[in-house]
Design a protein around this ligand. Structure first.
Ligand code: GLY
Ligand code: MN
Ligand code: MN
Length: 538
C-alpha cells in the first residue's frame, strides 16, 4: 500500500484554513516540516532507535531520517484538491553506504510515496523561492519552532520567506494536524488493526507459556542452562523481565519494529503503579524467606519453590508502520494459574466496567459519560463486595447511597486514571485535539466528582472513525488509599483483604462507529478463558 499522504495533506489544510482568521482564509497556504533525524546516545556515535516524527509521517508516509516536506494549497483553486507536495530526502553519501542502509534513490522514493516530487534537501531553497513567486501573499506554516517536541527547521528556511516579505507562523499547524489525525481513515484503521492483532497474539503467547509451565510441560533438554544456554521453548516466565522478553520477541518476529511505549510488566502489588516500566523484579515466591518480599533476583535459585498467588499485569502493544496498539491483560500467576477469590472478584468488576462502557459507546456520546459509568459500576460493585458500605436501609438520599459515594469522589482512590484516550500514531494521540480548553457542560449527565476527570485524556463527543482505548482498572495503591483511610464509606477491614491484589486493568482498542464500535483487540479477556489458558487447561 502507498501511504495516502495527499489525502492527509488536504485534510490538514482544510482544518488549517477553518482555524485561520477570516482575512487569511482565501490566501495560499504553505506548510514546511522537518522529519526526525538520527539521534545518538550522549557523547557517542551510537545511534538511538530511529522513529519518524508522527506529523511528518502523516503528511508523507516517509520514514527516511533528516527529510523535509513542503506542501502548498489554495482554497478555490486546483491546489485545494490536488496540493503540491514536495519531499526532500538526503542524498546517499559513501559513509551512509558503508555504515548503514542508505536512503532510497529519488526514483525509488517517487514510486513509494504519494507526493508530487522528490528531491534532495539542497533543492529546498529553490523550491521555497518558486512557491514565493508562484503564490504571492502565501502564509507559511511550521510546527512550533524553538520547541524540543519537534525536529528543528533550520532558521535559514523561514528566514528566506521573511526576507522575501512573506509571512511565517507556527500558531495553527499543530492544532490542524491533531484535529485531522483525530478521526482515522480506512488505511489508518488497517494499520492499527494489524498492530493490535500482533500484540494480541503476544499477550496470548505469554499466557500460554505461563499455562504450559503450570502443567510442567516446559522441559529443559539435556545440558540446558549448564552446557548450553536455554532455547526459547525452554524459557519459564518467573520474572517480569522474562514476560517482557517473550512479549517483545513475539511482536518482533512478526515484523513489528517498535513497541508503541515501554511495556508495563508488573507482578503482584506492583500492578498498582500505573506506568511501572522497570520490569525488573521476580514474581513473589512462597514460602517466605526474610528477603523474599523484596523480590531480589538471587532468591531461591535451585531450591524447590512455589509462586505465591498473584496477578501479572501486562500493558504492552507494538507499532505497525507508525500506528500504535495499546492492550492490557491481567493474568493469574501461582495458585495453579487461577485467580484468588479476591483477585477474581476485582477482575470481574473491571470487566463489568468495560462491558458497561462498551454498551453505551457510539458516535455522539460524550466521553465523560463513559468515565462516569465506570465510576458508577465500581461503586455498585464495591457495595456488593462490602468494600463500600451499603446499609440495607440506604435509600437514594442516604449518606451511603451510590449517589453519595459518587459525589464524595472516594472511587477515584481506586480508579484514578481516565477510562481511555485517542490512539493513532501516538499511543496518547493528538493531545491538543482531545480536550477542549474549557470543558462544556453536558446535558443530562450527573458528572459525579471533579476528580474523576483529572487524568482523563479525552473529553469530547465521540465521532465515527475515532480510535480509542477502553481501559478501566481498579488499584490498591498505598499512596492513593491514604486519601480514603478515614472515609466513612469504606469498610476498612474488608478493604484490607483486597489490598494484596495490587491492581487489575483490562484495556482494548476500539474504533467508534455510528451504531456502536468495533473491537480491534483480538485477545480474549473473559475470566474463564484467561484462567484456562494460564492454568494450561486449554
Ligand atoms: N499504556 C499506557 C496507557 O494505557 O495509557
Ligand atoms: Mn492506554
Ligand atoms: Mn495501556
Amino acid at each position: 500500500m502507498v501511504y495516502p499522504a495527499q489525502k492527509h495533506v488536504v485534510k490538514v489544510f482544510e482544518h488549517l484554513v477553518t482555524s485561520l482568521p477570516e482575512a487569511e482564509r482565501t490566501k495560499p497556504q504553505v506548510l514546511l516540516l522537518a522529519g526526525e533525524t538520527v539521534q545518538f546516545r550522549n557523547d557517542t556515535d551510537r545511534e538511538l532507535v530511529f522513529r519518524q516524527e508522527s506529523n511528518f509521517y502523516y503528511l508523507t508516509g516517509c520514514t527516511v531520517p533528516a527529510s523535509y516536506v513542503l506542501a502548498a494549497y489554495q482554497p478555490g483553486t486546483s491546489l485545494s484538491s490536488n496540493p503540491s507536495i514536495d519531499l526532500f530526502i538526503p542524498k546517499a553519501e559513501l559513509a551512509d553506504l558503508m555504515w548503514s542502509v542508505p536512503p532510497p534513490s529519488l526514483e525509488t522514493a517517487k514510486q513509494i510515496h504519494d507526493v508530487t516530487s522528490v528531491d534532495h534537501p539542497a533543492a529546498l531553497p529553490a523550491a521555497i523561492d518558486t512557491l514565493l513567486k508562484a503564490l504571492p501573499g502565501a502564509l507559511f506554516h511550521t510546527l512550533p519552532r524553538n520547541s524540543p517536541l519537534f525536529p528543528v527547521i533550520p532558521a535559514e528556511y523561514p528566514q528566506q520567506v521573511l526576507d522575501a516579505d512573506g509571512a511565517v507562523t507556527d500558531a495553527y499547524l499543530l492544532s490542524a494536524l491533531h484535529h485531522a489525525r483525530l478521526v482515522k481513515d480506512a488505511d489508518e484503521i488497517a494499520a492499527i488493526r494489524k498492530a493490535n492483532e500482533i500484540s494480541s497474539r503476544a499477550h496470548e503467547v505469554v499466557m500460554r507459556v505461563l499455562g504450559k509451565a503450570v502443567k510442567g510441560k516446559i522441559e529443559a533438554g539435556a545440558g540446558a542452562g549448564v552446557d548450553r544456554p536455554l532455547l526459547p521453548g525452554e524459557w519459564l516466565i518467573e520474572k517480569e523481565a522474562e514476560a517482557e522478553a517473550i512479549f517483545v520477541a513475539s511482536c518482533r518476529r512478526e515484523g513489528s519494529v517498535h513497541q508503541s511505549y515501554l511495556p508495563i510488566v508488573a507482578a503482584s502489588t506492583r500492578a498498582s503503579t500505573l506506568h511501572y516500566c522497570c520490569n525488573d523484579r521476580e514474581f513473589a515466591w512462597g514460602p517466605v524467606k526474610p528477603h523474599d518480599h523484596q523480590n531480589k533476583n538471587d532468591f531461591a535459585h535451585g531450591e524447590a519453590k512455589e509462586l505465591n498467588p498473584q496477578v501479572l499485569l501486562i500493558d504492552a502493544g507494538c507499532e505497525w508502520e507508525c500506528y500504535a496498539s495499546d492492550i492490557t491483560r491481567t493474568m493469574p500467576v501461582g495458585n495453579g494459574g487461577k485467580f484468588t477469590p479476591e483477585a477474581r472478584a476485582i477482575y470481574e468488576l473491571v470487566l463489568e466496567m468495560q462491558k458497561e462502557s462498551f454498551d453505551i459507546i457510539k458516535a455522539g456520546l460524550h466521553w465523560d459519560a463513559v468515565q462516569l459509568i465506570c465510576h458508577r459500576t465500581l461503586v455498585k460493585g464495591f457495595q456488593r463486595l462490602g468494600i463500600f458500605k451499603s446499609p440495607a436501609s440506604a435509600g437514594s438520599g442516604s449518606w451511603n447511597s451510590e449517589e453519595a459515594i459518587l459525589a464524595s469522589g472516594d472511587s477515584a482512590a481506586f480508579f484514578p486514571h481516565g477510562v481511555g484516550h485517542s490512539l493513532g500514531m501516538d499511543v496518547h494521540d493528538v493531545p491538543t485535539a482531545s480536550k477542549p480548553g474549557v470543558n462544556p457542560t453536558i446535558g443530562g449527565i450527573t458528572l459525579g466528582h471533579e476528580s474523576f476527570y483529572t487524568y482523563l485524556r479525552l473529553r469530547l463527543p465521540l465521532e465515527a472513525g475515532m480510535v480509542v482505548t477502553v481501559e478501566p482498572g481498579i488499584y490498591f495503591s498505598p499512596h492513593l488509599l491514604a486519601s480514603i483511610r478515614e472515609s466513612k464509606h469504606v469498610n476498612h477491614d474488608v478493604l484490607k483483604r483486597y489490598e494484596p491484589v495490587g491492581g487489575v486493568r483490562i484495556e482494548d482498542v476500539i474504533v467508534v462507529t455510528n451504531n456502536g464500535y468495533e473491537n480491534l483487540t483480538t485477545v480474549k479477556s473473559d475470566v474463564d478463558w484467561v484462567e484456562k489458558v494460564c492454568s494450561g487447561e486449554i
